[in-house]
Write a protein that binds this ligand. Structure first.
Ligand SMILES: Nc1ncnc2c1ncn2[C@@H]1O[C@H](COP(=O)(O)OP(=O)(O)OP(=O)(O)O)[C@@H](O)[C@H]1O
Ligand SMILES: [Mg+2]
Length: 272
């Protein structure tokens, strides 16, 4: 089953309009179709994964929707197959992401969520349809121009801690040596993500060597390092592919608040 987009703001989203009630949800809120996406299904109910639902539902309160400006991303009829012999993972997929959007993308395992993320970040190219950023294609921006505007924290098994200092891992991809301002920003972000205890515990603080031969981070600490690394790119669209999956509820709430404070536009991938 392909991944589905659900608009967490549908109840108050100016781009969504009510359509017919689905029989299965007739006793609940009406289903809505988002004008911003021909293929999207929006639901006025917050559709977070059950383990995260309580916490994620607070996002709506934490950051009310803003009127959409020009679309940041426009996908029209995007089709992608990994292998010519298999069925497409994504077929005729159309949607928009506006500046300031906070979107939860959920779907079953193998549904194509991470594939869509790789298309959004420009790691893969659609075989059909177009993916536009500010109404321009990737060839116009160039690979690095596109990367400077959209960054994803890949799913845990595809993300890495490199052998180097904690600061180096945080500021990966930024000009090196980094400016004092950027290091201050990195330290502040660590604090917001609840990583300040870890930094205080490490003898060399942000300069502590981590990775294979260095300080070993826990699963949840790594997850937050990856979130911080992504936010510190200062891009226009941040995508987090199951970045909250290994966090306990309280740590997850703290991390979500931080992400909402710093991401200009946000897509969070999660399981239903
Ligand atoms: N390089 C590849 N070659 C062939 N098939 C692939 C390749 N990468 C992914 N796939 C297949 O594409 C489908 C979608 O994979 P994808 O990783 O996008 O799913 P997902 O929705 O992110 O799943 P999960 O929730 O488990 O992370 C899967 O069936 C997967 O096996
Ligand atoms: Mg995935």
């Amino acid at each position: 089953m392909p991944a589905r987009w659900r608009c967490p703001w549908a109840a108050s989203c100016s781009r969504c309009e009510p359509s017919t009630r689905s029989p299965s949800t007739s006793s609940r809120s009406p289903r809505r179709r988002c004008r911003s996406s021909r293929s999207a299904t929006c639901c006025s109910r917050w559709a977070a994964p059950s383990s995260n639902r309580k916490s994620l539902s607070k996002w709506r309160e934490a950051s009310p929707p803003t009127p959409p400006a020009e679309p940041l991303i426009q996908a029209r009829g995007v089709t992608f197959r990994h292998d010519a012999r298999t069925r497409p993972v994504l077929e005729n997929c159309s949607f928009q992401i506006a500046q300031g959007d906070r979107i939860l993308l959920e779907g079953p395992s193998g549904g194509g969520k991470s594939t869509l993320v790789s298309l959004l970040t420009g790691l893969r190219t659609p075989q059909g349809g177009v993916m536009l950023l500010h109404a321009l294609d990737r060839a116009t921006f160039g690979a690095s121009g596109w990367r400077k505007r959209i960054t994803a924290a890949p799913q845990f098994h595809e993300n890495h801690v490199l052998s180097g200092s904690f600061a180096y891992n945080l500021l990966l991809g930024r000009e090196w040596p980094t400016s004092p301002e950027l290091r201050t920003k990195a330290a502040a972000l660590c604090k917001e993500l609840g990583l300040d205890e870890l930094v205080a515990k490490m003898p060399a603080g942000l300069e502590e060597m981590i990775g294979e031969t260095g300080w070993q981070l826990s699963h949840g600490e790594k997850s937050r390092l990856y979130i911080a690394r992504t936010l510190l790119q200062g891009v226009e669209l941040v995508i987090l592919d199951e970045s909250f999956a290994s966090l306990d509820p309280e740590t997850m709430r703290v991390a979500q608040r931080c992400v909402l404070n710093h991401a200009k536009a946000l897509v969070v991938v999660s399981h239903p």
